[in-house]
Design a protein around this ligand. Structure first.
Ligand code: 2HG
Ligand code: ZN
Length: 486
């Protein structure tokens, strides 16, 4: 499986192979609990991604506890041309956070302290390695929320999320990290520390350099600290799970929700029936939320300050949508347990798809009218090849779900095994399809190893040339996260 994932690349011989002298240096600047050497073991949890799709062969993991130590590591690696892959919670979906060959893994997981919180402005500063769940917990204790939530919140780290510019489940309400991140502390490949972590909410003093590191996937610097704008904790949270009959109706319902739920609308997520079928199998002990299955489902969440007001507003919205025959069935949360349960059905879709052995995954932006068409086109193609069905067919299901509010679809092909035939049917077909609709081949999961070399489907020649120049400017020895991105 792994060998097949890396068919086209060869180790760049310009990179030095780690030797005893290098190890001696790392031991001289780090404590024993900041270094893990392979010693015959293959460091699998660091070398392999969670989809079991990408696996490197690094023999060394460094887990520094301070920015200064990250700086010393980078300076040394740059001078000696040792390649490095920065790693957060390793929940990445495009092979960006694991090595391809023997790159040193620089894990941020021991830089896990909250640095400062200002309850007046909402500015929250923390180390890059703080797990998102812990950031949420800390802020919740201070009557705030982290402005982003993801199904992988129990493992993903704040720095990793910023590095990939993840969008998550509430972008519709809280906006993207390009707006929410106030400042960053970054170690450059040569060891220099560049920081505007104390930046203010408004700050137009020159180019906004931090933006380049947001979504750069650790290719031009290692994010070690983040300042981000936390939002006040909503006092009222409501949600509802809806069954409906077509993707056109999903769009009509979205327009209606924006109009009628307006300021309290905080999420509008969709799933097709294939996603939910896999999730029903995955959550086998949980009764499904609706009486019957439908071609599409929508999860609507509202966040506001007055429970009764919000609940009435959402109920009225559902009632009128039923009357207008936009929706067929809905289940509204009666209490916080049901609210969480409804979210479980949405958040379990990715692990459900991954539970059969593996999955191919595409994350794309398209105009809303075209959003689901890519899923239809791919499913049709795989069906025509006779590859989807019960074992021994290799594909369990090809499903689409995602963030309607952001024009973002996730296409998951849940497989029993990875095969060349499936790959050849999927690529370049998916990318060419996206290109033909002027969409983006990466909405929020990034480029990583998976989409390296594919930028031209969504970016012009001049844009790619600028990106390459930026990479060269920041990382002239190309030691950071090689074989990926641009
Ligand atoms: C989501 O929206 C996340 O659930 C993960 O972006 C999606 O695993 C996925 O494809
Ligand atoms: Zn997503």
């Amino acid at each position: 499986l792994t060998a097949e994932a890396y068919p086209k690349v060869h180790r760049n011989p310009d990179y030095k192979v780690l030797n005893d002298e290098d190890l001696k240096f790392f031991h001289s600047i780090l404590d024993d609990d900041e270094i893990i050497e392979a010693n015959g073991d293959d460091l699998v949890t660091y070398n392999q991604d969670w989809m079991n799709k990408y696996r490197g062969q690094s023999n060394l993991v460094l887990l520094p506890k301070s920015t200064e130590k990250v700086s010393k590591i980078m300076k040394y690696c740059n001078e000696h041309k040792l390649a490095v892959v920065p790693q957060g919670g390793n929940t990445d979906l495009v092979g960006a956070s694991v090595p391809v060959f023997d790159e040193i893994i620089l894990s941020l997981r021991q830089m896990n302290k909250v640095r400062e919180f200002d309850p007046v402005s909402g500015a929250f500063k923390c180390d890059a390695g703080v797990v998102m769940r812990d950031a949420h917990q800390f802020l919740s204790d201070n009557d705030h929320i982290f402005p982003l939530d993801l199904p992988s919140r129990n493992a993903c780290q704040v720095g990793g999320v910023v590095s990939t510019n993840a969008g998550g489940l509430n972008l519709l309400r809280y906006g993207s990290l390009h707006g929410n991140v106030l400042g960053l502390e970054v170690v450059l490949p040569n060891g220099e520390i560049i920081s505007n972590i104390d930046a203010l909410r408004k700050d137009n003093t020159g180019y906004d350099l931090k933006q380049l590191f947001i979504g750069a996937e650790g290719t031009i610097g290692v994010i070690t600290g983040v300042s981000i704008l936390a939002a006040p904790k909503p006092k009222a949270l409501n949600n509802t799970f809806i069954g409906l009959e077509s993707f056109d109706i999903v769009q009509d319902l979205f327009v209606k929700a924006k109009k009628e739920l307006s300021e309290i609308l905080s999420a509008f997520e969709f799933m097709d029936n294939g996603s939910i079928k896999c999730t029903i199998e995955y959550l086998k002990d949980e009764p499904f939320l609706l009486k019957k299955q439908h071609p599409f489902y929508v999860l609507i969440e509202t966040s506001g300050s007055n429970q009764q007001h919000d609940q009435e507003k959402l109920s009225a919205f559902i009632k009128s949508a039923l009357e207008e025959k936009l929706i067929s069935e809905s289940h509204m949360a009666a209490d916080i347990d049901e609210y969480n349960k409804i979210w479980t059905w949405r958040k379990s879709v990715p692990p459900a798809c991954n539970s059969y052995g593996g999955m191919y995954k595409y994350d794309m932006s398209l105009k809303l009218k075209d959003l689901y068409s890519v899923s239809d086109a791919v499913t049709k193609r795989l069906n025509a090849a006779g590859l989807i069905g019960d074992a021994p067919k290799p594909i369990v299901a090809s499903v689409g779900y995602g963030h309607v509010g952001d024009g973002n679809i996730h296409l998951n092909i849940a497989v029993r095994e990875f095969t060349k035939q499936i790959e050849d049917l999927l690529e370049p077909f998916v990318y060419e399809y996206i290109q033909s609709k002027k969409g983006s081949i990466s909405a929020e999961h990034g480029i990583g190893f998976h989409k390296h070399g594919h930028l031209h489907y969504s970016r012009s020649e001049i844009e790619i040339r600028f990106m390459k120049e930026i990479k060269k400017h920041y990382d002239p020895n190309a030691i950071l996260n090689p074989y990926k991105y641009v």
